[in-house]
Write a protein that binds this ligand. Sequence first.
Ligand SMILES: Nc1[nH]c(=O)nc2c1ncn2[C@H]1C[C@H](O)[C@@H](COP(=O)(O)OP(=O)(O)OP(=O)(O)O)O1
Length: 175
Amino acid sequence: MRNPGAGPIAVALCFLLRSDIVDGDTVDGDTAGLSVLLGRKKAGFGAGKVVGVGGKLEAGESSLQAACREVFEETGVLVRPEHLERAGRIFFDFPANPDWNMDTDLFVARRWEGEPAESDEIVPAWYRVDALPLADMWHDAGNWLPLALTGSAPQLRIVLNRDNETVAAVLPLPR
Ligand SMILES: Nc1[nH]c(=O)nc2c1ncn2[C@H]1C[C@H](O)[C@@H](COP(=O)(O)OP(=O)(O)OP(=O)(O)O)O1
């Protein structure tokens, strides 16, 4: 994937959050009536899985800039950096393949311009936050995605097993 021995890959993910509640509706719970934009990955790392929209930082880029660029490249939606909210940080730790280690900044956005459209990389779709498609995602998604989408700002190191799929441990990240 990249130069052996280099540090973790810096990644940014951005979750667009849409309120489905129309005026006058009443709902129970924090997440009822909220949907998130995820994407079915067509190629590359994690192909076939439903994943967060985002990807690797380019040289000289901040994670904020990368999140906006990746959302645009992968879905055609324009998100402005000032509309991103930090939503946590996850270190994906692949002990069997350390070259895959990723240090991932999470963002949510509640404002954007445009409608998501399919790209070469993903098929975007809206999912209810209280019914996330966890069976189609990375095994670890249930450990951090609901927390990130409900404002808990998880800061976690997710250690994968040697199968590079199942979760060996979920540890706090030093702040
Ligand atoms: N354990 C894990 N759980 C998860 O939910 N997402 C993970 C993960 N490990 C990696 N990812 C995500 C983070 C990142 O968005 C993505 C890999 O980065 P990219 O999408 O940029 O990779 P690709 O190889 O497809 O990209 P390019 O070749 O740069 O187009 O995988």
